[in-house]
Design a protein around this ligand. Sequence first.
Ligand SMILES: *Cc1c(COP(=O)(O)O)cnc(C)c1O
Ligand code: SF4
Length: 434
Amino acid sequence: MSKVNIQPKSYKAFTTRNIETIPQFEALPTEIHDAIQIVSRVMPFRANNYVIDELIDWSNPEGDPIFKLVFPQKGMLSCEDYTALEAIHRAGEPDTVLQAEARRIQQKMNPHPAGQMELNVPKCKGQAINGLQHKYKETVLFFPTQGQVCHAYCTYCFRWAQFVGVDDLKFACGDPEALISYLEEHPEVTDVLFTGGDPLIMSSRILRRYVEPILKRRPGNIRSIRFGTKVLAYWPYRFLTDKDADDLMHLFDEIVGAGFHLAVMSHFSHHRELETEAVKAAVSRILSTGANIRCQAPLIRHINDDPEVWRIMWEKQVSLGAIPYYMFIERDTGPKDYFSVPLFEAYRIFTEAYSKVSGLARTVRGPSMSATPGKVLVDGVTELGGEKQFALKFIQARNPEWVNRLFFAEYDESAVWLSDLKPAFGEKTFFFEA
Ligand SMILES: *Cc1c(COP(=O)(O)O)cnc(C)c1O
Ligand code: SF4
């Protein structure tokens, strides 16, 4: 674990409630200012002083990718919903009326994409085990109760329902024993992925309660421990100068020392997030423990829908010693019309960026949809029998026999998700639907 040469920063949180206290907020043009206040009643807002001061370029907020990443935008609501909220806001109705309307809009925004609730939660003697998801044979997702928030909220997040309380944290688990017993009973599992929200928002002491039993008892066949996190992008001081940063680094040391592969699965949406002194120091400190950093993000309209953004981002990741891992396609939830990029365009953006980086950055895979049957890669555009097709491939699948199998769909420039696609060559169904 290396020493730190970064000035500590004390944490300041901003949410929908105190958004007015962000010093730069007042100076925004009135329409943007009002729109943010209105939309943030539906899509939760949260940020902190690092994101506000070090990541956003306030000389041009409307053109700024990080501004769009964290501040709710007018286009995220349908025209009717926005107009309804605006009318209530203008009429000066009591806050409860605005709240009720916001809640109604939230309810219809598909809080559970890809059959998360019904299909992935494992059962034990007919009883669902909350806080665990087991979709792909080798990897169990674990949602620790104290890790179900984030240091800032991404406007495109598909987990927003839990942040606004539509979901009552149905997914979370506070009991490390439940995880250990599940792993003991499932020898096929090699990886535990702590996720959220953001598991690294937890204090090191609480995180340790979940991780130590794995190190000491070595349940089943666990070889890798992963943390799915955006803390590197949203609050790198977590690894540097926060009061339990050294404890966290000790825990990383211990995980690696106990012989586990430790992967910090880092969500980076834009290369800007890799450019501050704090993030560079944090990456280097994490790597000094022997942990790996693997980077992933969705492709998002208005934020990173440009091949240059990805090329630069992957190159910076490699320069810092991190490993490009996944480019995702935006899921079918929340304000997806505002953020979605059609599949053909996602493929073009990926290919253009991928073709410009060295093999060291071509560890990245994508663009990939985390759909109900599995992670589906848009692997190419083909032309057979005088017609165009998408070539698709499972890189993860509910049924392991589907993995790495190619299949084809009719080429369709309006398709944004697997469910929009029709099988090619006049077939009635895709092979996995049988
Ligand atoms: C992506 C994902 C994983 C991890 O997949 P890897 O390809 O091993 O990184 C595990 N479970 C679910 C439900 C996922 O969506
Ligand atoms: S960091 Fe991840 S879980 Fe948190 S708001 Fe962003 S996308 Fe959602």
